[in-house]
Design a protein around this ligand. Structure first.
Ligand SMILES: *Cc1c(COP(=O)(O)O)cnc(C)c1O
Length: 344
């Protein structure tokens, strides 16, 4: 077997969802945009629906169409990008709920799909998506009589509990929504952990389901095992890989493994990255190539058949640290070339 194996523990995803759900008194949805954070939206969403999740969020309408096919008619599928030009047939056909972000989207929606469910996104300071105060004031009298399913906003700094932005956005959300007879949602994973005043009627965790920080109590979800193609002896003074960036100082055993930046092993991890053989850590040497990586296995007693990049000894956040990025980017970069295995 020459391709790397990405093992996704669906049981851990379900357990993380239940754990986050147990931290609130409100409904817990699931954010499965970007192919379920790179792990396979069909398998992830079916597992969560089986565990009782009834509300899913995706980024764009096309993702919602795929998800509807996987889940059937019952769950609610909301779309963060709202009702964009050209989306009307997808929204109607798949019964999606666009979260409307602007007056333009509101007009497009009520004109093209009168009576069709919608939510509303408000901007409380992140300046990314959603209506600002003046826009909301201008359309709320049109929107509210049509019974929006949800009014939501998104926190910019929820992974930093002490950041003053959290309280500021919370206060703004109250100003914009208090007194409305519409279910409210403010929090993703980070917001759930900020405490009950951030929970409202519905939370929308993503990264925590998949085992990433800021949900430090999460069960790990992903394992990535990469087969060794070849092992060679390298003498002092010899180099490994493109541009000769690594030179052996002593007699070394170098394993070449079958994955590279085309598989999401980000090239910028460079020489900071390590893998594991059992519980022993082994360092990457030389540059990460498109499909291959050199690893110094001199210290191992036996020659390994495969090395582990992500697993019990290295979380997605540890691996993210090698490249100064986030667990989110590691997950969504994991390539389509892997053989994916799902466990429960
Ligand atoms: C991605 C996203 C979420 C989920 O965020 P996590 O940090 O992954 O939990 C929730 N709401 C919105 C608007 C998002 O874009």
């Amino acid at each position: 077997m020459s391709t790397a194996v990405l093992t996704v523990d669906l049981g851990a995803i379900v357990s993380n969802w239940r754990d986050l759900d147990a931290r609130t008194d409100c409904e817990t949805a699931a954010c499965v945009k970007a192919d379920g954070y790179g792990l396979g939206v069909v398998e992830v969403a079916r597992a969560l629906a089986g565990a009782g999740a009834r509300h899913f969020f995706v980024a764009v309408a096309e993702e919602g169409v795929l998800l509807r096919k996987a889940l059937g008619p019952a769950p609610r599928i909301s779309v963060f990008s709202g009702h964009m030009a050209g989306d009307t047939e997808l929204i109607r056909g798949a019964g999606l709920v666009p979260v409307l972000n602007s007056v333009d989207q509101m007009l497009r929606h009520v004109e093209s799909l009168p009576g069709h469910s919608f939510g509303i996104q408000l901007d409380t300071g992140m300046n990314r998506l959603g209506m600002e105060g003046a826009e909301w004031a201008a359309v709320r009298d049109i929107a509210l009589p049509q019974n929006p399913t949800l009014v939501m906003s998104h926190l910019a700094c929820a992974d930093a509990p002490d950041h003053e932005m959290n309280a500021r956005q919370l206060a703004r959300f109250h100003e914009m929504t208090d007194g409305l007879d519409v279910p409210r949602s403010l929090s993703a994973t980070g917001g759930i952990l900020l405490g009950p005043e951030y929970h409202f009627d519905l939370t929308r965790p993503g990264i925590g389901l998949y085992g990433g920080i800021p949900f430090v109590d999460a069960r790990p979800v992903v394992r990535l095992d990469v087969p060794v193609i070849q092992v060679r002896d390298v003498s002092p003074g010899e180099t490994v890989g493109y541009a000769n960036t690594w030179t052996a100082r002593s007699p070394s055993r170098i394993a070449t493994i079958s994955a590279g930046y085309a598989d999401g092993v980000i090239r910028a991890m460079g020489a900071k990255a390590t893998l594991h053989a059992g519980s022993s850590s082994v360092p990457v040497v030389g540059r990460i190539s498109m499909d291959l990586i050199g690893v110094d296995v001199t210290g191992l007693a036996t020659e390994p058949d495969s090395l582990q990049l992500i697993g019990r000894h290295q979380s997605i956040d540890t691996v993210a640290g090698f490249a100064d990025t986030l667990g989110y980017e590691i997950l969504t970069s994991l390539g389509a070339r892997y053989r994916r295995e799902y466990t429960r």
